[in-house]
Design a protein around this ligand. Structure first.
Ligand SMILES: Cc1cc2nc3c(=O)[nH]c(=O)nc-3n(C[C@H](O)[C@H](O)[C@H](O)COP(=O)(O)OP(=O)(O)OC[C@H]3O[C@@H](n4cnc5c(N)ncnc54)[C@H](O)[C@@H]3O)c2cc1C
Length: 315
């Protein structure tokens, strides 16, 4: 199909309260600070605006990618030849009522957790330090230290890629370890969360301990996407990579962290291709040495050697 992205961008710009850019470089939107341009970048400031964007994009047949806070992504150096729908600070905020919070998808997880802790609301404080947004966290079922976003979720709202409304309660959503198949084709716009009441000082201390523990164990001084791989059953990905002799391994300015081998860092000006080469090297070496197939947690966007991502409705 021959797509006219200029025409598509002009049509999207007619939606009220909606920012549209063409050839926007994606690197600044990612925690890796890596990635080339996207054909069209669109950021509606309302949920209705998201529905309008989706209807137009769906009708055009253009491939769509949903960008949250960009903390679990590796975007190709050549960028993403499609539409990037940004659900970040343009769609942020929450309301609290008793033990319940209704949260817009672009809200930074850390802002939400801090506010919940200040209100004596427990259930997400162990996720403190995860740099993503609420939509991305729901889509990934983000978690840490035995707590996952699933456990506070009452329901999720959004739209299907054709713009039709979507709403599901927690028991209708197949939350699993860092994946939620039933949310794969949903643009999440908000979540309804329910918390438990706990002492504010206790929660604050628990949250601060977690943040300190992360700083001690994780190489937070360099850009990364956190753990590149999921934990294989019975193992730790970082330990396998380290035992395979890859700690400190470098390609260009990409490096397998000395501090935590599950992290691949951008130590200066790494290319997506450099990070990707280390991902492949770790996968191959761990498979050869231990017979364990590492599964990626990071999402690859755009074209990489022999691979095309993401798979979406229109491919
Ligand atoms: C230093 C560091 C530490 C980390 N530690 C952890 C950790 O302890 N535990 C953990 O689980 N993760 C961790 N992560 C990974 C990451 O922060 C989480 O996966 C986070 O939930 C991703 O959210 P995001 O908004 O950044 O999503 P993005 O990276 O923007 O996107 C991730 C995926 O979600 C989709 N998506 C994003 N927003 C929406 C939406 N509104 N609707 C539908 N789909 C959407 C995207 O299309 C993509 O497929 C870490 C990352 C870093 C950099």
């Amino acid at each position: 199909m021959n797509l006219n992205f200029g025409k598509l961008a002009a049509k999207l710009a007619e939606i009220s309260d909606c920012e549209v850019k063409t050839n926007e470089v994606l690197a600044p939107y990612t925690s890796y600070n890596i990635g080339g341009p996207t054909a069209v970048w669109v950021a509606p400031r309302t949920e209705e605006g998201i529905a309008s964007v989706l209807e137009i994009v769906y009708a055009s047949g253009a491939p769509l990618f949903i960008l949250g806070r960009g903390s679990n992504l590796l975007v190709s150096d050549n960028g993403w030849q499609g539409v990037t729908l940004y659900v970040g600070k343009n769609l942020s905020g929450w309301t609290i009522q008793g033990r319940d919070a209704r949260v817009l998808a672009g809200t930074l997880l850390m802002d939400l957790i801090t506010a919940m802790v200040e209100n004596g609301l427990a259930g997400m404080e162990l996720l403190a330090g995860i740099p993503g947004g609420v939509g991305g966290a729901l889509r990934m079922n983000a978690g840490a230290f035995g707590q996952e976003i699933e456990s506070v979720t009452v329901s999720v709202k959004g739209f299907l890629f054709d713009g039709s409304p979507f709403e599901a309660s927690r028991n209708e959503i197949d939350f699993a370890y860092r994946c939620v198949p039933s949310l794969e084709d949903v643009v999440i716009t908000s979540g309804h969360m329910r918390f438990n009441m706990e002492n504010v000082a206790v929660l604050q201390e628990r949250m601060n301990d977690i943040v300190a523990l992360r700083a001690k164990k994780q190489p937070l001084e360099y850009p990364s996407c956190g753990s590149v791989f999921k934990r294989p059953p019975g193992y730790y990905a970082g330990a396998l990579i380290e035992e395979a002799g890859l700690r400190g391994e470098k390609v260009g300015d990409a490096e397998i962290s000395e501090k935590h081998a599950g992290f691949i860092l951008n130590v200066n000006n790494a290319k997506a291709a450099d990070i990707y080469a280390l991902i492949r090297r770790a996968e191959e070496r761990v498979l050869q040495r231990f017979g364990v197939r590492l599964e990626r947690e990071v999402k690859l966007i755009g074209e990489f050697e022999k691979e095309k991502h993401p798979k979406n409705l229109f491919e």
